[in-house]
Design a protein around this ligand. Structure first.
Ligand SMILES: *[C@@H]1O[C@H](CO)[C@@H](O)[C@H](O)[C@H]1NC(C)=O
Ligand SMILES: *[C@@H]1O[C@H](CO)[C@@H](O)[C@H](O)[C@H]1NC(C)=O
Ligand SMILES: *[C@@H]1O[C@H](CO)[C@@H](O)[C@H](O)[C@H]1NC(C)=O
Ligand SMILES: *[C@@H]1O[C@H](CO)[C@@H](O)[C@H](O)[C@H]1NC(C)=O
Ligand SMILES: *[C@@H]1O[C@H](CO)[C@@H](O)[C@H](O)[C@H]1NC(C)=O
Ligand SMILES: *[C@@H]1O[C@H](CO)[C@@H](O)[C@H](O)[C@H]1NC(C)=O
Ligand SMILES: *[C@@H]1O[C@H](CO)[C@@H](O)[C@H](O)[C@H]1NC(C)=O
Ligand SMILES: *[C@@H]1O[C@H](CO)[C@@H](O)[C@H](O)[C@H]1NC(C)=O
Length: 474
């Protein structure tokens, strides 16, 4: 089953000459609270609010740059501007951008200079394809040159997104850049083959400071999908808490304005011991955790968000796929009970109906239906499936759609990528799950976009971008 989870997984000196996109000529961002997006953001009870106390809801996509090349996928097929236009055209207002800590490691290894982007293309795709893809990226994106660095490309994409009033959420997806996620990929758990915790925190600090140069980055993640490792030990709630709180300290020290999203254990599914009231982390239930045999004899450990200076910045983050190893994704009643148990109790929603019948009859009601320690926002930042006729009747996605609408939950689907530059050794690897098609210039499944994604986004009631009319263009 674990392997099935593979699914989851500054314009400092603009080269103005080559630039043909007016949106690109933006002033350096100010940390301004008087223009969109009215940062900094914070949390108020179960809501995310901007500096004007307005509740913010996100609906969006994942657009990864966490593959081996560390360059956002698709740029060899289409311009960054056209990809962003397509995202905005469906009404989306949010882009979660998975990146690799390795990209920041390269900056430090290379005398604090990010390498020119062709370097990773040549080293990972080989000389022929590396050269070809470099040329294709420059053909579609003439704003860049062979000297443009990896970090500059990302900065430029973020700045173009700002011009379209799209939020960008940097997500520390992996340490070593490659496809995510499994128990055996070396990126799974603190101290894993590639998961050096010092480099991870240094990377988060860098991205947090860099985010200070981008108005449309109001949030960033601690780590994508923590999970047990077939190599590193100590998979338990207490080590999870220790590592995640010290990383939150690092982000908050580097940039105290940012919201910090905190994903659950078991591939981002489970936050129950942290969100639920009175859970002793030594003894709280935990799928696949390494046993803490003397847990009952240890001094109990309780987590309290209010004990931390960033307590008002935390947003819980949950993922759910049909390939889940342990969660029942078979009907809406059980999905809702599972989501409540695993962290959505923090929204302060009522006990799901299954708690009263199914779970009570099974004798697990206590464990599943306990209320939260503190009202906190929770977002659904990954879920997905093939973009084909099955989308319309997919049980899990249909339930998630109703759930997010009913409770005003922000979400991001996995993923935009119609084709990966390189994935698990395969180059130009088509992905049937991609919202875009293989050439990144059309939707993969047009009826799905018109009949499922656009109506879902519309039902979320997102504000229209200011000064541009409706977010929904067609
Ligand atoms: C590192 O970068 C600094 C500042 O750009 C430069 O002065 C120095 O010569 C560089 N060192 C090496 C070893 O390249
Ligand atoms: C790239 O950098 C090299 C060395 O600094 C320089 O000679 C070259 O003109 C630059 N090329 C472009 C396209 O900017
Ligand atoms: C933010 O922008 C300033 C001004 O251009 C620049 O000096 C600094 O390096 C940038 N910070 C990061 C982390 O990119
Ligand atoms: C914005 O705030 C961040 C974090 O406080 C800071 O690092 C950055 O320099 C600020 N940027 C500007 C343009 O003032
Ligand atoms: C982080 O997790 C590792 C591996 O489980 C553990 O050895 C270490 O003590 C944890 N660090 C903190 C600060 O809790
Ligand atoms: C479940 O039972 C509780 C009392 O045990 C009740 O307050 C609540 O309304 C019930 N919820 C549903 C969805 O039936
Ligand atoms: C170059 O990329 C193509 C896909 O576009 C792939 O089929 C081929 O195997 C790659 N060549 C090498 C030498 O990896
Ligand atoms: C993607 O969609 C565009 C627009 O419909 C189309 O021109 C292109 O051929 C499609 N690409 C693939 C690989 O289907």
């Amino acid at each position: 089953m674990a392997l099935l989870h593979l699914w989851i997984i500054a314009i400092t000196a603009v080269v103005v000459v080559a630039n043909t996109n007016p949106n690109f000529l933006l002033p350096r961002q100010q940390n301004s609270s008087t223009t969109w997006p009215y940062g900094p953001f914070s949390t108020r009870g179960r809501d995310i609010i901007n500096s004007r106390n307005e509740v913010i809801t996100w609906a969006g996509v994942n657009w990864p740059l966490s593959g081996e090349t560390m360059i956002p996928e698709g740029l060899e097929h289409a311009s960054a501007d056209s990809i962003l236009d397509r995202i905005a055209s469906a009404g989306f207002n949010f882009i979660r951008m998975p990146y690799a800590i390795e990209m920041i490691d390269l900056f430090y290894l290379n005398n604090q200079t990010s390498p020119p982007f062709p370097q990773t293309l040549l080293s990972t795709l080989g000389p022929d394809n590396g050269t070809l893809i470099t040329t294709q990226i420059l053909t579609h994106n003439p704003i860049w040159t062979r000297n443009t660095t990896l970090l500059k490309i990302w900065s430029d994409v973020v700045r173009m997104a700002a011009a379209k009033q799209l939020y960008v959420h940097p997500d520390a997806h992996v340490s070593k850049a490659k496809w995510c996620c499994s128990h055996a990929d070396g990126n799974a758990w603190f101290g894993d083959t590639h998961f050096h915790t010092g480099n991870w925190k240094r990377g988060l600090e860098y991205v947090a400071a860099w985010a200070g140069n981008h108005s449309n980055i109001v949030s960033m993640s601690l780590r994508n999908e923590p999970r047990s490792s077939s190599i590193a030990g100590g998979y338990n709630w207490v080590n999870f808490l220790g590592n995640m709180t010290s990383a939150a300290d690092a982000i908050h020290a580097a940039n105290p304005d940012l919201l910090i999203t905190w994903a659950g254990m078991q591939f981002g599914q489970d936050l129950s011991a942290l969100t639920t009231a009175n859970k002793n982390l030594w003894t709280a239930g935990c799928y696949k955790c390494d046993a803490v045999r003397d847990g009952l004899r240890r001094e109990p450990v309780y987590f309290n968000l209010d004990d931390h200076p960033w307590g008002g910045k935390v947003v819980w983050e949950v993922h759910l796929y049909e390939s889940s190893e342990d969660m029942d994704t078979g009907n809406c009643r059980m999905i809702e009970a599972g989501l409540y148990r695993n962290g959505f109790n923090a929204l302060g929603m009522g006990r799901p109906a299954a708690c009263n019948s199914t779970l009570r009859a099974a004798g697990v009601e206590e464990e599943w239906c306990a209320p939260a320690q503190k009202l906190t926002p929770v977002i659904l930042s990954e879920f997905g499936r093939r973009q084909d006729g099955g989308l319309m009747s997919d049980v899990l996605l249909g339930c998630l759609r109703e759930f997010t609408k009913r409770y005003g939950v922000s979400w991001a689907m996995w993923s935009l990528a119609g084709r990966y530059r390189i994935r698990e050794g395969r180059q130009q690897d088509e992905d049937a799950w991609g919202l875009l098609n293989g050439t990144w210039n059309g939707w993969r499944f047009e009826e799905g976009v018109e009949g499922f994604w656009k109506p879902w986004v519309r039902d979320m009631g997102l504000p229209s971008p200011e000064g541009t009319g409706s977010r929904h263009r067609g």
